[in-house]
Design a protein around this ligand. Sequence first.
Ligand code: SF4
Length: 322
Amino acid sequence: MKYLFGPVYSRRLGHSLGIDLLPPKICSLNCVYCEVGPTTDLTCDRKEYVPTEEILKEIDQVLARGAAERHIDVFTLTAMGEPTLHTGLGEIIAYLKKKTDKPVAVLTNGTLFFDPKVRAELSAADIVIPSLDAARQESFDRVNQPAAAVNLEQVIEGLALFSREFRGEVWLEILLVRDMNDSLADLVALQQAVRRIHPARIQLNTVARPPMDGRARPVTREVMEQAATMLADGYDGRVEILVDFQAIEKKEIGQGKQLQATLVEDIAALLQRRPCPIEEIDKALHVQDLEMTRACVQMLVVAGRIEKKVYNDKEFYQQITV
Ligand code: SF4
């Protein structure tokens, strides 16, 4: 399938069938921690970037396999960029709600929520997970590197409006990057923004996978706990820390095995989406170590999880489909 992938298991959503609304990489932000790579089209223009009709056809194919649907807890609209830029968003959510009783979640950077049309299109979803990493302009610019048309005050107001109007749940994700948006002033500004937005949950995260920009480093466990305490003050929703600090700490002290195991799973997830040659895997996951990438690919081949295919004289690796 070109637009649907998974189901993949995630701690917060369970078995999620992903629907990718945009190809890499069209986004209104260019976050330093982005795992997809640099934004090539930095824009706030909404368009039908890929045909809605084709996405709906793939949804029909999945739903036709009734057995497969039983292993899906949630349909998640996402993108290798910002999904609300796709003008078919509302139609796709409405279609899923008509065809299935599974919940629909949307992962978004929240920058377009000031647009009433975007809020209306999202209104039929069950869970919307926007992000807001900084509420101070300088930190927002540093971490999220927004398109010129993105206005931080408008973003926060859009999130607050949506949160008030929406009948489902808003889970606000905040990703903290060391020395970029984790100062006391940043946390105070975020605290004020969160009080305006009043999401059902706040989910705190940090850089846990190889980022686009090597300067993006995870915050410490102490900073994360301080942020959680500050954000919980005067807020009656749930504050959750999504990060597995043990894994990060193991990585930081250079435990190669842990790194390799993570990389193996990242490669498997990437190949679930599309076949890739070794060089592309190495680049997409920012490994910059062809030998390491090759060794991890070989582990997946030996485990019978992926296979090598030659196409136009070029070697690709792809997931084995049963
Ligand atoms: S909003 Fe998401 S896709 Fe866009 S740059 Fe940031 S992390 Fe990447």
